[in-house]
Design a protein. Structure first.
Length: 312
């Protein structure tokens, strides 16, 4: 059997910007001295006149992006998720969100899979922070194909968009001919009648593997990829709850305020159902190899399988 292709979604981000830059002359990329890490160096090399290195000044970078957007440019501001969503939150809220400017935030190195950089750099709160800003669209792609499609969709979308990318190489799972990406529309990857697993980001591929393990035990799990956390595909979530009765959310983020929180809000208002939220509990991350951290925090296929089996 051939080896599964793996690509980090931060790589996809840089490549997608470079491709889109050929078509969109109003696209501008901003970085905070991290072009090599965020992979926007690819765009910088191709379009040096449309790349601005703002230095280690993320808050100022958001203000510059707001100014550019007000003149008709479409800026993609790029930094680690901890800095883009955390350090610059006030500027994102007041300078971009409040005037509803057409700024796209490319946040890389999200979640505990940043690995050895440790808790200070492992953003497990960014989805919660961004989805609370009125009018902000929040997207967390699951693989290379979805990440590239998300960048194009973000460019075409009018208004602020938060794009969440990872450092760790993840399997390509959307390499089918009929794949389509649409902001706000979830994707059912596997059907099942016993329960539904709703996942986002790198956890989607792990959930597909966990579903195989569950099937071997006679538990048929539906698997849904929610790449857009805001606006959430509430219709798909409610449909799954009505048809399978039990819902499990899986995310590389705190279970507070992220995908699990968004799904819990929807279920409590529209279709009460049993819910299990799998993710980072009310704790910080720690330094260590990305794979080992994901395993320790129960976000690899085997850990997900064990939690769901106990829940089912």
């Amino acid at each position: 059997m051939s080896e599964i292709k793996k690509i980090a979604t931060r790589e996809s981000y840089g490549n997608a910007l470079a491709e889109l830059g050929k078509e969109a002359e109003n696209l501008v990329v901003l970085d905070a001295d991290l072009a090599a890490a965020t992979k926007t160096g690819v765009f910088q090399k191709a379009f040096p006149d449309r790349h601005i290195d703002c230095g280690i000044a993320e808050c100022n970078m958001m203000g510059i992006a707001a100014g550019l957007a007000s003149t008709g440019k479409v800026p993609f501001v790029s930094s680690f998720a901890m800095f883009a969503a955390g350090r610059a939150f006030e500027q994102v809220r007041n300078s971009i969100g409040y005037p509803h400017l057409n700024v796209k935030i490319g946040a890389t190195h999200a979640g505990i899979s940043v690995g050895e950089d440790g808790a200070s750099h492992q953003s497990i709160e960014d989805i919660a922070l961004m989805r609370v800003i009125p009018g902000m669209t929040v997207v967390c792609p699951s693989d290379d194909i979805e990440a590239k499609a998300a960048v194009r969709a973000a460019y075409a979308h009018e208004g602020p968009v938060y794009l969440r990318f990872g450092r760790l190489a993840v399997p390509v799972i959307n390499d089918n001919a009929d794949y389509q990406f649409k902001i706000g529309t979830g994707v059912t990857l596997k059907d099942g009648s016993d329960l539904t697993i709703i996942a986002t980001g790198l956890c989607v591929s792990e959930c597909l593997e966990a579903a195989k393990k569950l099937a071997a035990d006679g538990i048929q799990a539906r698997v849904i990829n929610i790449h857009t956390i805001k606006p959430l595909d509430t219709e798909l979530v409610v449909k799954a709850a009505k048809e399978t009765g039990k819902i499990v959310t899986v995310e590389e983020h705190s279970i507070i305020g992220g995908l699990g929180g968004a799904v819990a809000e929807t279920l409590s208002e529209q279709c009460p159902a049993k819910l299990l939220r799998i993710g980072v509990q009310d704790t910080f991350g720690e330094s260590g190899p990305a794979g080992e951290l994901l395993e320790k925090y129960g976000l690899k296929a085997d850990g997900i399988y064990k939690k769901i089996k106990a829940f089912a």
